[in-house]
Design a protein around this ligand. Structure first.
Ligand code: NDP
Length: 287
C-alpha cells in the first residue's frame, strides 16, 4: 500500500476558545478508531473569520465547530444551511461535501439524544420549562418542538430577547411555545415534566450561582437538566438531587453533540464512552 502521511483536518473556531475541551474528546475518538485526523482549537477574532473560512476551503478541511462569537456570522460563509440550523438561526458544526461547506446545528440534537439515552425520557407529549433565550435555548427549544413536546414555556430575564425568540421560533415551527419574563424566583408547577437550564448561570468560575427557580412545587419524576457542563454538577442539579428529582448534566449534551458531529464528518459511529472519558479527564474530573 502506498504511504499516506496526509492528515484530515477539523477545527473549532472561537474567541475565547482556549478553555474549550471539545478537541480532547474528538482526538480521543480519532485515536480510538485509528483515524489519521487532527482537531485544532483555534482562536479566530471576528474580523478574521472571513479569512479563516477561506483557509478552511484552501486546506480542504473536513469540517468545523463554531463557538462564541461565530455561530451566527459563519452562516454568510457557507454554501448551504441545514433546515434545523436555519430555524435555530445558528451553526455550531460545518461539514464538507465535495467543495461545499454545509452548516448544521447539533446542540439541540445532542441534548435530545442525552435525554433519551442517558435519562430515559421520550420528549413526545412532555411539558417543558426552558430557562434562557440565547443560542443554547434556541437550539434546545427547536429540537424539543420538532420531537413533539406538548408545551414549552420559555423564561428569560430580558423580556425583549425572550419575546423575540419565542415569536420567531413559534412562527417558523408552528410549535406550542410561550414566553414569560423571568422575575425573581420562578415556582415550577406540578404539571411540568422537564426543566432545562439553558442560561450560563452556574458556569465556571461562577459556580456558586443558582438560577432563581423554586423546585418545591415540582412533581416527583420531573427531569432537571443543565446545559452548563463546567462544572457538570451545578448548584441547580445538586438542589434537584436533594429533592430526589432525576437530573441530566451538560456533559451529556456536549458529548452527544460532538458524537453527531463525528458521524457527520467521518461517516462512522462515534466511540461515545471514550469521548466522555476524555472530556472528564480534560475537565479534571474522575471517571
Ligand atoms: P448566550 O450568551 O447566547 O445566552 C445566555 C443566556 O443566559 C441568556 O438567556 C441570558 O439572559 C441568560 N443569563 C445569563 N446570565 C444570567 C443571569 N445572571 N440571570 C438570568 N439570566 C442570565 O449563551 P448560550 O446560549 O450560547 O450558552 C448558554 C449556556 O449553555 C452556557 O453555559 C454554555 O456553556 C452552555 N452550552 C452548553 C452546550 C453543551 O453542549 N452542553 C452547548 C452550547 C451551550 P439575558 O437574555 O437576560 O441576558
Amino acid at each position: 500500500m502506498p504511504a499516506n502521511f496526509k492528515a484530515e483536518l477539523l477545527a473549532c473556531f472561537g474567541q475565547p476558545v482556549s478553555e474549550n475541551p471539545t478537541g480532547k474528546m474528538q482526538e480521543a475518538a480519532f485515536r480510538e478508531l485509528g483515524l489519521n485526523w487532527r482537531y485544532l482549537t483555534v482562536e479566530v477574532p471576528p474580523a478574521r473569520l472571513r479569512d479563516a473560512m477561506l483557509g478552511v476551503r484552501a486546506f480542504g478541511m473536513r469540517g468545523l465547530n463554531l463557538t462564541i462569537p461565530h455561530k451566527i456570522v459563519v452562516m454568510e460563509h457557507l454554501d448551504e444551511i441545514a433546515p434545523e440550523a436555519a430555524v435555530i438561526g445558528a451553526v455550531n458544526t460545518v461539514r464538507r461535501e465535495g467543495d461545499r461547506l454545509i452548516g448544521e446545528n447539533t446542540d439541540g440534537k445532542g441534548f435530545l439524544h442525552g435525554m433519551r439515552v442517558d435519562a430515559g425520557v421520550d420528549p413526545k407529549g412532555k411539558r417543558v420549562v426552558v430557562l434562557g433565550a440565547g443560542g443554547a435555548a434556541r437550539a434546545v427549544v427547536t429540537e424539543l418542538v420538532m420531537a413533539g413536546v406538548a408545551d414549552v414555556l420559555v423564561l428569560n430575564r430580558t423580556a425583549k430577547r425572550g419575546d423575540e425568540m419565542v415569536a420567531d421560533l413559534a412562527m417558523k415551527t408552528g410549535g406550542p411555545i410561550r414566553f414569560e419574563t423571568w422575575r425573581g424566583d420562578y415556582r415550577v408547577t406540578g404539571d411540568a415534566d422537564l426543566l432545562v437550564n439553558a442560561t450560563s448561570i452556574g458556569l465556571y468560575p461562577d459556580t456558586e450561582a443558582m438560577p432563581p427557580v423554586d423546585l418545591s412545587g415540582a412533581r416527583p419524576g420531573m427531569l432537571v437538566s443543565d446545559a452548563v457542563f463546567n462544572p457538570p454538577e451545578t448548584r441547580l442539579l445538586a438542589a434537584a438531587r436533594q429533592r430526589g428529582l432525576p437530573v441530566l448534566d451538560g456533559l451529556s449534551m456536549l458529548v452527544y453533540q460532538g458524537a453527531i458531529g463525528f458521524r457527520l464528518w467521518t461517516g462512522q459511529d462515534a466511540p461515545v464512552a471514550v469521548m466522555k472519558q476524555a472530556l472528564r479527564a480534560a475537565l479534571g474530573l474522575g471517571d
